[in-house]
Design a protein around this ligand. Structure first.
Ligand SMILES: *Cc1c(COP(=O)(O)O)cnc(C)c1O
Length: 229
């Protein structure tokens, strides 16, 4: 079932990219495997999936240690400062950097284990109180600070818009994130300003996200089936 889901997803990604004259190979699919078993992940792996996203650090570390070494792991959950060390040791990409203090800790711990981390800045566009993410106005200073952190490469931006059944409700957030990334790129705030990553879109709304410029989509339910907590 998982391999069938992946093949369906890839078809939908190709179709969405074609609708807006984009190349589908510039869009990475992150398989969100939180609460899913090693067996589930291996099934996706055997179907060719190599990028996985996890939200809970302890759960994720067990998986990163047991599963094949050519998997690229993205951390996509809220990251507490006291967990920065473990995140820096076990993940390739941290998508949820939203404060200078966290960035500094990641830089220090990455240096200690001679690693370089790709990071995305999680933006909170709607200023939603319950969500993590930095306000757009504050992101410039964070990106400036990261420029002086040798182990971190600020690759782009990430967003989790408010959940809505209607994927069209996400579109303004995606559009805004893209605009923001263009303005930051014009100020040379990213590691590579010619190729800025935009992590946006989940099971519900990834096609809209692709239309609005997503380069990374994070899909759980549509790939692995519903999660049970
Ligand atoms: C759980 C989660 C996803 C995947 O959500 P689905 O709706 O299951 O596709 C994507 N991004 C983040 C940050 C998540 O926490």
């Amino acid at each position: 079932m998982i391999s069938e889901n992946i093949s369906n997803l890839n078809k939908r990604i190709v179709a969405a990219a074609a609708r807006c004259d984009r190349q589908s190979n510039e869009i990475s699919l992150v398989a969100v495997s939180k609460k899913k078993t090693d067996q589930n992940i291996l099934e996706a792996y055997q179907a060719g999936q190599r990028i996985f996203g996890e939200n809970y650090l302890q759960e994720a570390i067990t998986k990163t240690q047991l599963l094949p070494k050519d998997i690229t792991w993205h951390f996509i959950g809220h990251l507490q400062s006291n967990k920065a060390k473990l995140a820096a040791e076990h993940f390739t990409v941290i998508e949820t950097v939203d404060r200078v203090k966290l960035a500094r800790l990641l830089d220090t711990h990455a240096a200690a284990c001679s690693r370089t981390l790709d990071v995305l800045i999680q933006i909170n566009i709607g200023a939603e109180q319950q969500k993590s993410g930095i306000a757009p106005e504050a992101a410039t200073a964070l990106l400036e600070a990261i420029k002086d952190m040798p182990q971190l490469r600020a690759k782009g931006l990430m967003i989790i818009p408010p959940y809505n059944q209607d994927p069209e409700k996400s579109r303004p957030y995606f559009r805004e994130l893209k605009k923001l990334s263009q303005s930051f790129a014009a100020q040379n705030l990213f590691y590579d300003n010619e190729r800025v990553e935009l992590s946006m879109g989940m099971s519900q709304d990834f096609e809209v996200a692709i239309e609005e410029g997503a380069t990374i989509i994070r899909v759980g339910t549509a790939l692995f089936g519903a999660r049970t907590y």
